[in-house]
Design a binder for this molecule. Sequence first.
Ligand code: ADP
Ligand code: MG
Length: 247
Amino acid sequence: MVELKGVKKRFGNLEVLKGIDLKVDRGKIISIIGPSGSGKSTLLRSINYLEVIDEGSILLDGAQVNRPDLKGLAFERHINHIRQNMGMVFQHFNLFPHLSTLENVTLAPRKLKGVDARSARELGMDLLERVGLADKASAYPSSLSGGQKQRVAIARALAMRPKVMLFDEATSALDPELVEEVNQVMKRLAEEHMTMLIVTHEMGFARDVSDWAMFMDGGVVVEENTPDRLFTHPDQERTCNFLRKHL
Ligand code: ADP
Ligand code: MG
């Protein structure tokens, strides 16, 4: 479903991704762990083309995401189409503050897919139901808790019926008691075989939910394995040191 080959990304002189290879099969869940500054967010943002990569290639369901051959409007059209197939959830929710919960969820299908108001409402209510927030449909983000905001953000990302969901530390801005409700929503998605890339610093959750785990440091994948193996018997010194501090 997602494949990266030799992906490199620089910010000025700083090489942040130094040749990343990665493959996520349909319905599989990969967790990416690693210290702050190791390039995890840049990696997710590159997959979604929020960052333009310098080298390598990114494929989504067989379609090339980076297309140096396309320019201007043709590229815009291409990338908008690609982005519709990827849902991204950020650490800081990024909900539209002037829109109700339901409007946050239905905006993209209405604007980008031309879904009519009634179908959009049905879809939106259905998704809010799935994240346990149907009763908050007309509430505004400012009146929601962090956990509720993040669940709305997940519903909003799902509204475009993406093929892949990308989560960038979705629970790290939350008070500890609100983490579980968001994890539950992510676990349910996993059970429904959504393809997911999850950047997280919650080792227990990563171990529970994922099919494969990667440890990144300094812009490279230092080590990857089944979560059981990576979290209990890491092969690399750097992974051991990181896990010792974070388990
Ligand atoms: P992580 O998510 O693992 O903490 P990031 O991908 O956010 O790491 O950052 C990796 C490195 O890239 C860091 O050194 C960070 O300072 C740098 N970086 C990230 N975004 C930018 C940017 N837009 N401009 C310059 N440097 C950046
Ligand atoms: Mg990050």
